[in-house]
Design a protein around this ligand. Sequence first.
Ligand SMILES: *Cc1c(COP(=O)(O)O)cnc(C)c1O
Length: 420
Amino acid sequence: MSSTATEIAASEHSEAPDFGRLRADFPTLNQRVNGHPLCYLDNAATTQKPESVISAVANYYRKNNANVHRGVHTLSERATADYEGAREKLRQFIGAESTREIVFTRGTTEAINLVAQAYLRPLVSSGDEVLITGLEHHSNIVPWQMVCEQTGASLKVAALDENGEVRLDEFHRLLSDKTRFVAVSHVSNALGTVNPVGEMIEAAKTRGVPILLDGAQALPHMHVDVRDLDCDFYALSSHKMFGPTGIGALYGKASLLEAMPPYQGGGDMISMVSFEETRYNDLPYKFEAGTPNIAGAIGLGAAIDYLNAIGMTQILNHEKAMVAAALDGLSTIPGLRLIGRPRERAGAISFVIDGIHPHDIGTIVDADGVAIRTGHHCAMPVMQHFGLPATARASFAFYNNEADIERLLRALEHCRNVFA
Ligand SMILES: *Cc1c(COP(=O)(O)O)cnc(C)c1O
């Protein structure tokens, strides 16, 4: 645990933690880029890692490196305890009932593919429908398209309105007797839109249709409780929430996971193998074939400790104020047009500037040390909806502050001058 986060935890009664001080916990944030202190506003693509996460990963390799679940020797027992400890931290963090419901995956993408192939594929055929929305990341589109191709089922898409929100009338209209599955993002990575997932889950449940939430962009910004939500599946990525890359998880209700066949075959997912017959292991190991990303899971556990020490409510409040200030500031820049004006927004702001290609914006602000994303943000259908090839996107995390907003605004002014 970093000292700053611990101090803040100790003083959590104080209304507003000093988020500025937390930056010191993130080595990457404390460097100059192109001659300027780094202003990192690409958190929707990946977040930076605190020292506590980096040292948890290093500590595993330095002191405890061994395979999990197999050895009786001391290092293997330590590695297993830390790996399973991380599963328990994640269970608590998202409010799952049991660690049997937490399957470690490579990330959100693999978690969604697991559900598409192991849960949905055996259940659907021609005439059946899968419902998604126009707001989805490619990771929550393509796996469902693949199942549809494999089975003859069809993909239905609830369209967006001009504000970048899902049209709920469309969502309700498309949710029919033919719908076998619903998959929606909790928060959009392209526009920052927070979906009304409560209403969507309720509607799916009323029809007895299972629903998956893509939570990659929700967990870094807000408290999530899968039991309160009552969703059937929830997919997440560690690297979007200050943990290592190459690890994430699928939450699934135990009753659904139990009924599913394994996704991949190999070691760790079996209880007995002979050439005549193989018996599968219990949950969640049935879905964790092969040696897992042990260091990654331990790093994710450290990231969760770090977030808990600050408090997700504190983070949400800080970010709400910051995003509101950024929206105010951006609206003063002549020729700048916000793409998407959702009522509820978390983390990300997409925009374009008249007469300047988004890629040029990205390159010019980088020269000023400001890192933003430009492009389609792995959500080409969202871009098509707005008739744009690309946008510029500034995306925030709790370690950003007013100074970052100032830096962004100044860099954008600079960019306008270059093209004036
Ligand atoms: C990043 C992201 C994904 C994909 O996550 P990976 O970590 O690349 O698997 C899916 N959905 C959303 C909303 C994302 O932001």
